[in-house]
Design a protein around this ligand. Structure first.
Ligand SMILES: Cc1ncc(COP(=O)(O)O)c(C=O)c1O
Length: 350
């Protein structure tokens, strides 16, 4: 493959062991009374399997994104798509996957499940992406790289100039996970024409406020979408989930208003937390959460986490080793959640 090839002649790099795999078919393409699927004849509409491909939802997502529907893949959360991408495009016993560190732990978790080793590229101390480090010829070759922009759990943008440099030279598939993109205006769609190997991963779980529905999607070259469709389970995305997702997508104004509210609350929270003695640093965030490092080093974050738990607040700690030592990740909550959180941090005596 190479990014410079014609967009249309580009082929997704499927391992040989999957070359013969066809999408599962239960004969859904034929018309007529449904006596082929061992369903019950009563109880419309949920007695019936949904369409094998959630076409209406993909169409709606495509319209929003300004792409054609054959460039949209949908999954049971973007978590499922991370797993499917690895299953489709990396060969156990032969390939590895590239991930940054620190970043979203699901990339490495899925790699373990898929029996794939991980090639880890450290982010810089300010958590920005270092394209040169990721392109180091001494690294084991990987068919797929996972980059998260804005990055979870650090909250920052990786840096578009570095991402672009990486895309120019990396020969495999590049996944840019834009799960928090709406909070940052992070959107790499304009690169898709230039790089057929670019996959943008998105979700309705964050800005759209629908984590309970489990809907994620990828914007990708149709060849990638076709491959993922061959690998996924049939009928994925339940009928009611498709309907609820479609209903939510019709109200993008609500999503934008809520994102704006979260951004305003987040920035206020940063100012409030920065003035607390136990906080060494609040990292700049482009997402709906904050990463903060506690002071003094040692077990302060663990103690602060315990104080938060006692106050009825769940926050996330990352242990005492590595680049996230003594750090906590806090999601922006309601005004009352945020006020309670600030009170705990302010009153905490290290
Ligand atoms: C960066 C990132 N990608 C993907 C996901 C998973 O999203 P979904 O709910 O769509 O599976 C998360 C969830 O926290 C995330 O932080």
């Amino acid at each position: 493959m190479k990014a410079k090839e014609s967009l249309w002649s580009w082929k997704a790099p499927v391992p040989a062991s999957l070359a013969a795999l066809e999408a599962y078919s239960a004969g859904e393409e034929r018309a007529g009374r449904r006596l082929h699927a061992n369903e019950m004849p009563w109880g419309e509409p949920w007695n019936r399997y949904p369409d094998p491909v959630p076409d209406a939802l993909r169409q709606a997502l495509a319209e929003r994104a300004g792409v054609t529907a054959d460039s949209v893949f949908t999954g049971n959360g973007s978590d499922e798509i991370i797993d499917l991408l690895q299953r489709a495009f990396a060969e156990p016993g032969q390939d590895a996957v590239m991930v940054c560190s620190p970043s979203f732990s699901m990339y490495a978790h899925a790699a373990l499940l898929n029996r794939l080793p991980v090639v880890t590229v450290p982010l810089r101390p300010d958590f920005s992406f270092d394209a040169q480090a990721a392109l180091d010829p001494d690294l084991a070759p990987t068919p797929i790289a996972f980059l998260c922009d804005p990055n979870n759990p650090t909250g920052n943008r990786l840096g578009d100039a570095e991402l672009y440099r990486f895309l120019l030279r990396y020969p495999g598939l590049v996944v840019i996970d834009e799960a928090y993109g709406e909070f940052a205006g992070a959107d790499h769609r304009s690169w898709m024409q230039e790089f057929p190997n670019l996959i943008l991963l998105r979700t309705l779980s964050k800005a759209w406020g629908l984590a309970g529905l489990r809907v994620g999607y990828a914007l990708a070259h149709p060849a990638v979408v076709q491959t993922l469709d061959r690998v996924r389970m049939p009928y994925s995305l339940a009928g009611p989930v498709r309907q609820l997702a479609l209903r939510a997508l019709a109200n993008a104004d609500l999503m934008r208003t809520r994102v704006q509210r979260v951004v305003v609350s987040r920035d206020r929270l940063v100012r409030q937390l920065e003035s607390c003695p136990v906080v060494e640093q609040v990292y700049p965030s482009d997402a709906n959460f904050l990463l903060l490092r506690c002071h003094p080093p040692g077990d302060t974050a663990a103690l602060l986490e315990r104080a938060a738990t006692q106050a009825g607040l769940r926050i996330r700690r990352f242990g005492q080793e590595g680049p996230l030592a003594n750090c906590l990740r806090i999601s922006v909550g309601t005004a009352s959640d945020n006020a309670r959180l600030v009170a705990v941090v302010k009153n905490f005596l290290a």
